[in-house]
Design a protein around this ligand. Structure first.
Ligand SMILES: [Zn+2]
Length: 130
């Protein structure tokens, strides 16, 4: 059986379509300057702030903005930075979604700093661990 690739010019060359990520970090303004600044912050604050509130010591993996950039937080305003472990960064993301849905975005920094004031479902533990 002859293998022919000829006569198939009708189809356009395969193109790798650009992937439009919902919002890539770079597009959200997380530049090289951010990488440097956040790395410096993590050197000074190496542990997850949320874990620390719960009496645990866990390495910080992400520098998070208590007020998300998309909600008006300033990228380089260190007063709204805190370092989080991955599970707590995920939980913070859920807290942001909850805050947006309930019109309480302005409460986020308070919820971050004062665990007692958080909505009950964010007040204790890690996601999926009770
Ligand atoms: Zn943590």
């Amino acid at each position: 059986m002859p293998r022919s690739l000829r006569g198939r010019t009708g189809s356009p060359p395969l193109q790798i379509a650009p992937r439009y990520e919902r919002s890539s970090p770079r597009k959200r303004g997380y530049t090289g300057a951010w990488d440097k600044a956040s790395a410096g912050y993590r050197r000074k604050h190496p542990f997850c702030a949320w874990c620390a509130q719960q009496g645990r010591i866990t390495l910080c993996e992400v520098v998070d903005h208590k007020i998300p950039i998309v909600d008006g937080g300033e990228m380089f305003d260190r007063s709204i930075w805190w370092g989080l472990c991955r599970p707590h960064h995920d939980l913070k993301g859920q807290m942001e979604t909850f805050a947006r849905k309930t019109g309480q975005v302005q409460m986020l920094p308070i919820w971050c700093d004062e665990p007692d004031k958080r909505p009950a479902k964010f007040s204790s533990g890690l996601p999926g661990r009770g």
